[in-house]
Design a protein around this ligand. Structure first.
Ligand SMILES: *Cc1c(COP(=O)(O)O)cnc(C)c1O
Length: 436
């Protein structure tokens, strides 16, 4: 696979280079130079394949010969070792549960695949790989567990102090070994800005072999296409072939992966970009004006992104025809009050507990279906995290219904280790240099 930078479409780099650099020097994002359309035999018979089989077929078509078949199989079987079931709530309403992995969020797909790809490409005797990751809550946990104990790697997690849930904070700060956590006195955008600046800092790049684990890394995006195909496969088994996907969005990696899957032939009818008050994209889809804003804090904190870093990828996918994008994607935004009402409605009507991010995707699907009702078209909303990660959001009666998985219960007895820093780059740089 060859990749170019969205800021300079004439450039070409290898998959290995894109994975380790994460972001081109020109500050664009890497995109595959060729997006293959999958063969009809595969697309028409998706229901015959398992998730790992789908993952292999999709990855193989994208990556070509970059990773030999046997190694690619190993990477996929190691990374995608949990299910992504589609659960029916009522006629035409399904939830795609993406939180059956170890960190209980969909980010396990991207983080586990990426860590294994990096470890595959990392040759013995090479300089230690320093992974920098800014997180609004869920990325850090998934990346930490993806890299924990992987030889010759070290992960530095930056999260906004006081803006992640108690369980998320434990997932970030109790790993030890090759994982370290920094709480930044600022927002997620500040954390992301620190990481981005580190990648363009000459001194740091001379001293360290830096790479990013954020959703800008192409190796995180690719595995997220797998579950769209797999969800479609599960619906095909039930005789449903027309599907709308509603995606709770923050940095827009998840929706970007869905649209990449669509370009590869995923026969989805439509996509919904569902956001909280951080509505840069829904506003753009309405007005045609892309106006990034500072992020605001909400109950669905993993989507508190005012300047979504993956949007350039989506814009790039449709650069030849922005009307196609506007017809394919609808935007919806909800405030915290509406989010809580959605959580309650889902609980009361389906006896199902959805995390606040998931609830926003459900509400957007409901509103879309009310405006565009089609009896033969099923809606699937993506459930991006297990509700136990956000215990403070729920009214007591709903919170009491949430099963807390064993791996979460164990976190409370672990030792917490965290460094506090401000949001200025000099302080961060000094910390990195002094803790080499
Ligand atoms: C990261 C995250 C999102 C947003 O996903 P993007 O790919 O950044 O748009 C939504 N929900 C949860 C629970 C998340 O952790």
């Amino acid at each position: 696979m060859q990749l170019y930078s969205t800021n300079n479409p004439a450039t070409r780099v290898s998959f290995k280079e894109a994975v380790f650099n994460s972001m081109p020097q020109d500050k664009g994002l890497y995109m595959p130079a060729a997006i293959p359309r999958l063969d009809d035999k595969f697309l028409n018979n998706l229901d015959q394949y398992t998730l790992p089989e789908i993952a292999f077929h999709v990855a193989k078509n994208l990556l070509g010969d970059d990773i030999p078949d046997g190694d690619l199989q190993n990477i996929i079987h190691g990374a995608i070792n949990f299910l992504a079931p589609v659960v029916k709530l009522e006629d035409n309403v399904f939830v795609l549960e993406l939180w059956h992995g170890p960190s209980l969020a969909f980010k396990d797909f991207g983080a586990r695949f990426m860590s294994r790809v990096m470890s595959y490409f990392l040759k013995e005797g090479e300089k230690q790989l320093d992974v920098l990751v800014a997180t609004s809550g869920d990325t850090g946990g998934a990346v930490a567990l993806g890299f924990l104990g992987v030889p010759n790697t070290r992960v530095t997690i930056l999260f906004p102090k006081g803006k992640v849930s108690g369980i998320q904070e434990l997932q970030l700060t109790t790993n030890g070994r090759n994982i370290r956590a920094i709480e930044v006195g600022g927002t997620f955008d500040d954390c992301q800005a620190l990481v981005k600046q580190a990648f363009t800092d000459k001194d740091l790049n001379e001293k360290f072999r830096l790479t990013s684990a954020n959703s800008i890394n192409i190796a995180r995006l690719i595995p997220q296409t797998f579950y769209y195909f797999n969800a479609y496969a599960q619906l095909l088994k039930q005789g449903i072939s027309k599907v709308v996907f509603s995606v709770p969005s923050g940095n827009f990696g998840n929706l970007g992966a869905g649209l990449l899957a669509w370009k590869m032939g995923l026969p989805a009818e439509h996509f919904i970009a569902a956001t909280n008050a951080n509505d840069t994209v829904p506003e753009y889809l309405k007005s045609g004006i892309y106006h990034p804003k500072p992020s605001v804090a909400t109950l669905s904190n993993a989507m508190d992104v005012g300047n979504p870093s993956n949007w350039v990828r989506i814009a790039d996918l449709f650069k030849e025809d922005s009307d196609v994008l506007k017809n394919l994607v609808s935007g919806y935004r909800y405030n915290d009050e509406e989010t809580l009402e959605a959580v309650k409605f889902i609980n009361d009507n389906y006896n199902y507990v959805a995390c606040p991010h998931t609830a926003i995707a459900w509400q957007a699907l409901r509103d879309y279906q009310q405006d565009n009702f089609k009896a033969d078209t099923a809606g699937v909303f993506l459930s991006t995290a297990h509700p136990c990660k956000f215990p403070d959001v729920f009214p007591g009666s709903i919170a009491a219904k949430i099963d807390v998985p064993e791996q979460v219960k164990g976190l409370h007895s672990k030792q917490k280790q965290v460094v506090s820093l401000g949001k200025d780059f000099d302080g961060f740089k000094e910390y990195l240099a002094e803790n080499a």
